[in-house]
Design a protein around this ligand. Structure first.
Ligand code: CO
Length: 169
């Protein structure tokens, strides 16, 4: 089983390296994404995962297909070398947790909408506009690639053990 690293691991504090042009379209890059998907699938409450969370300091993250309840894609969505190119002025304070910071939860102010530019596995650039949960995910995961954890920004942090957590997915 692939381990999700926890907050004391320095890989979570490093600035992740861009995926190189030569890596796009390779089986190694696909395999990395498969490993990330497998790790994410082990977490009932997981909605996304950045590569540093499995110990790989590269700029990519995935978003679980299950969050797209109405029209789930076949595979988890992949965002490589992502950049937030626009953020709404409207911010919202949202409840947040992290698979690498068990079992802390807190409130983080996030832009309500963001536009993310990223590359797919074959190196094709695309733009994704997001609001709601997906916008929150884009911001949280981009932070991971810059060595930032939500606990750096959160207010009212508290520990909620899994047995006390109500299920929401
Ligand atoms: Co996280």
């Amino acid at each position: 089983m692939i381990k999700i690293v926890q907050q004391e691991d320095p890989v979570l504090r490093a600035e992740a390296k861009a995926v190189a042009a030569s890596e796009f379209g390779t089986p190694e890059l696909s395999h990395l994404v498969e490993k990330m998907s497998a790790a994410l699938a082990t977490c009932d409450d997981g909605v996304a995962l950045a590569a540093p969370q499995i110990g790989v300091s590269k700029r990519l993250f995935i978003v679980a297909k299950k969050i797209f309840e109405e029209k789930p894609p076949k595979e988890d969505l992949v965002f490589i070398n992502p950049t937030i190119i626009a953020s709404s002025k409207t911010k919202k304070v949202l409840e947040e947790g992290c698979l690498s910071v068990r079992w802390m939860y807190g409130e983080v102010k996030r832009a309500e909408k963001v536009t993310l530019e990223a590359y797919d596995l074959n190196g094709k650039k695309f733009v994704h506009h997001a609001g709601g949960l997906l916008a929150q995910i884009f911001q949280h995961e981009t932070d991971h690639l810059n060595g930032t954890l939500f606990i750096d920004k959160a207010k009212n942090l508290q520990e909620i053990k899994p047995e006390d957590l109500h299920h929401h997915d």
